[in-house]
Ligand binder design. Structure first.
Ligand code: LMR
Length: 398
């Protein structure tokens, strides 16, 4: 069957992890995939997760199927986390949530559902966006459009350009927005800019689809939900794909959720019925463990507090690495102003490194960076920071 078929290229992010694993060099550094590492270079299991798993292990009584939409306690906890406990959306039962296998699973469930009811719609992504967005939505059959987002000259959002594009998107189309910690650029809209985007969505009548994979990695779980709150306040239909890979460190438990917000509770019931039909034909019902862990933590005040502390520690370590990188480059006299790296939020920095430099770093220094120059700051540690700064300084002088 495969004799005359050319092999597919490696995935631009996860393929890099495969190459990193195979690299025998002791000096290798992985600044590619968006996975948190502590200062010892490990991706730890959070203490609150360990505690929740202990509770689950003691109390678990069955491995029977979950409902198609997942554990109801999980869906309720997800809604509290993404909207806030006292949100009107919860009071009025305007949200339908299914447990999806990771943020990617949530995007794909949303994509398949949207294709069913909006077969002619175009889906708009930011320029640039997470590489897998393109694959998920084109595979679901969407034609993609790109709206202006990042300006490499100013290393910030080209908001005037973005507004111009968003105002030209017709009613019925779908606009994918990063709710916080834009991946790959690390530059976010401020609150006033979000209000403007929400007003445009209302006026134009396009459907917002928020990718919310990094709640808590920007400023904090409450601050980072600003965009979600603003869209919720409009009473419009919109979609949210959440992921708990990063903020709970549940990467391999594939713990995400798709939430559809509708204007009324009646419409929300209809949305849920169709969500279930989409899930049933892809994976039938979700894996249980990660969702139960998240629900246990979110439903227990002490574990919740512990989680917020552990999340803050991850966020703060990344911020410290931003400063260390900028200081390290400045100390080596590398030409240019790198202060923008400190202003970016979340796990990533669009470092400004060219693809030639990225290739050089991999070939000569065993440092792995995603094409386009996206650096995962969490891959930096007090042990490798000097090595990385030396390597970048050498690359830029070469
Ligand atoms: C990333 O952007 O590196 C992460 O979201 C992991 C992935 O699946 O690409």
């Amino acid at each position: 069957m495969w004799k005359n078929i050319v092999a597919a290229p490696a995935d631009s992010i996860l393929g890099l992890t495969d190459a990193f694993r195979k690299d025998p060099s002791p000096q290798k550094v992985n600044l590619g995939v968006g996975v948190y590492k502590d200062d010892a270079g490990r991706t730890p299991i959070l203490e609150c997760v360990k505690a929740a798993e202990k509770i689950l292990l003691e109390n678990e009584s069955t491995k029977s199927y979950l409902p198609i939409s997942g554990d109801p306690a999980y869906a309720a906890s997800v809604q509290k986390l993404i909207f806030g406990e006292t949100s009107e959306v919860l009071v009025n039962k305007r949200a339908a949530t299914v447990h999806a296998p990771g943020g990617t699973g949530a995007l794909r469930v949303g994509a398949d559902l949207l294709k069913k009811f909006k077969p002619e719609a175009r889906l708009w992504i930011s320029s640039p966006t997470w590489a897998n967005h393109k694959g998920v939505f084109t595979t679901a059959g969407f034609e993609l459009g790109e709206y202006t987002y990042y300006d490499p000259a100013t290393k910030s959002v080209d908001f005037a350009g973005m507004v111009k594009c968003l105002k030209a998107i017709p009613a019925g189309d779908i606009v994918l927005l990063h709710a916080c910690c834009h991946n790959p650029s690390g530059v976010d809209l401020d609150n006033d800019q979000w209000s403007e985007v929400v007003a445009i969505a209302q006026k134009q009548g396009w459907l917002p689809f928020l990718d919310f994979a990094y709640q808590g990695f920007g400023e904090g779980v409450e601050e980072d939900r600003y965009a979600v709150e603003q869209f919720a306040a409009t009473g419009l239909d919109f979609f949210i794909a959440s992921s708990f890979s990063k903020n709970f460190g549940l990467y391999n438990e594939r713990t995400g959720a798709l939430t559809i917000v509708s204007p009324t509770a009646e419409e929300s019931i209809v949305a849920m019925s169709h969500l279930k039909t989409v899930v049933r034909v892809i994976y039938s019902n979700p894996p249980a463990h990660g969702g139960l862990v998240a629900a246990t933590i979110l439903g227990d005040p002490l574990l919740y507090k512990q989680w917020l502390g552990e999340l803050a520690a991850m966020r703060e370590r990344i911020v410290a690495m931003r400063t260390a990188l900028v200081d390290g480059l400045n100390a080596r006299g590398v030409a240019g102003d790198f202060s923008y790296i400190k202003k970016q939020r979340g796990m990533f920095s669009f470092s400004g490194l060219s693809d030639t430099t990225v290739a050089w770093l991999r070939e000569h220094k065993n440092i792995y960076v995603v094409g386009g120059g996206r650096i995962n700051l969490a891959g930096l540690t007090s042990k490798n920071i000097d090595y990385v700064c030396d390597a970048i300084a050498e690359a830029l002088k070469a």
